[in-house]
Design a protein around this ligand. Structure first.
Ligand SMILES: *Cc1c(COP(=O)(O)O)cnc(C)c1O
Length: 390
């Protein structure tokens, strides 16, 4: 059989559009006929269903994941001059949201096994100015929330989860950083099975089209059990006023629009199936890659939703493998080539995070989408294996 040389995208949204075509059209046309394009019943329906799905009391739809972080931080009381502990190994928006409100991101290093914030590194970064922690459930893997919530409680800090990549991910009380030590916290069993975004004081979600629950434009959401946080977020998303022409604080124009909410209403009931398919693809990738020298497959857990399937490429061979894949038109991406503390915008920050630096030199994300076929996975792995065998 001749080798398949067709291009493979990093993400293919077409099967999903095909699958939901009639429902999506019906939903979009319903909004066109309603004449209500900003907030309104579609948004309220989505907020209600998303809150129920996540197991939180309140969900507040906003314009983007970035705005969900900005508004979430402010709604939790983070102000100018406060310090916020977060991971440097994330999309810039996590840090940007902290900086844009005048607070200071304090980057602590990651746990190399999960790519997520290392809870063991948090405590030494806490100062009297520390106000909050922003863990990121990177690539769809829940961060070590038991330890993070224990630390937050001990130091009276707020926790805003960045769930942009983890819609539908469930926490399992599992954490690589414990190194098998007994976890003193009884929080672990309480949090078992909780959705990411329902564990901290608030969760910030993105519905950017490529996310696990994606709209067909920008969108975001803040999830919380706290009615005051929800009320403040609702105020901030519409110019800082509960009622029109009664603005109380400086806010934003950051509302979820009705067409995006209608699309999300169609997609929400399918998100578990899609996430399960991603998990199954990840399982198969790891099986196929198991004997490939120099490739370290990601840690898999039942609650991981594999927004990305990200391997480590050892021995300085990442860039060569990336070039080979790109030459063969196999989608791939380095998330993230520059950790936040090394970005020009943070020049002068004296922070060392060697594990994040190392990750940015070794990681490579391979093609991943729910409906990806086994044949396509084999095609990708074949090229990876051939290159690594050189
Ligand atoms: C996508 C993303 C964001 C930003 O979401 P937008 O909707 O694009 O503003 C924030 N944090 C992380 C980790 C992301 O992946």
């Amino acid at each position: 059989m001749p080798e398949d040389t067709s291009p493979v995208p990093l993400l293919n949204l077409e099967p999903e559009v095909d699958h939901l075509w009639d429902e999506l059209n019906e939903a979009i046309q319903r909004v066109l006929r309603s004449g209500q394009f900003i907030l309104g019943p579609e948004v309220e329906q989505f907020e209600e269903d998303a809150a129920e799905y996540l197991g939180v009391e309140h969900a507040v739809g906003v314009n983007s994941g970035t705005d969900a972080l900005v508004i979430g931080l402010r709604a939790l009381g983070v102000e100018e001059g406060d310090e916020v502990i977060t991971t440097p190994f994330t999309f810039f928006a996590t840090a940007e949201a902290i900086s844009i409100i005048g607070a200071e991101p304090v980057f602590v290093d990651i746990d190399p096994a999960s790519f997520n914030l290392d809870p063991a590194a948090i405590e030494s970064a806490i100062t009297p100015k520390t106000k909050a922690i922003v863990p990121v459930h990177l690539f769809g893997a829940p961060a070590a929330m038991t330890q993070i919530m224990d630390i937050a409680e001990a130091h009276d800090l707020k926790v805003l989860e960045d769930c942009a990549q983890s819609f539908g991910a469930q926490y399992e009380g599992d954490c690589a950083s414990c190194h098998g030590k007994h976890c003193a916290s009884d929080r672990r069993s309480k949090l078992q099975g909780e959705m990411t975004g329902a564990i901290g004081h608030a969760g910030a979600f993105s519905f950017f089209p490529t996310k696990n629950l994606g709209a067909y434009g920008d969108g975001g959401m803040i999830a919380t059990d706290n009615p005051d946080v929800a009320e403040t977020a609702r105020m901030l998303r519409k110019h800082g006023g509960k009622n029109k022409y009664h603005n109380e604080v400086l806010g934003y124009n950051s509302r979820l629009d009705a067409i995006q909410a209608a699309i999300l209403n169609v997609k929400l009931p399918h998100v578990d199936t899609y996430n399960e398919e991603r998990r199954e693809n990840a399982r198969r990738y790891s099986e196929l890659l198991a004997d490939v020298d120099g490739i370290i497959t990601p840690k898999r857990t039942e609650g991981h939703v594999f927004h990305q399937y990200t391997v480590r490429v050892k021995d300085g061979r990442r860039d060569q493998l990336q070039e080979t894949l790109s030459n063969r038109e196999i989608g791939n991406k380095v998330y993230y080539p520059v950790p936040c503390h090394q970005l020009p915008v943070y020049e002068g920050y004296e922070i060392s995070a060697p594990k994040a630096d190392q990750a940015s030199n070794e990681v490579l994300s391979l093609p991943m989408w729910p409906q990806m076929s086994e044949a396509v996975q084999r095609q990708v792995v074949h090229i990876v294996a051939k290159e690594m065998d050189k």
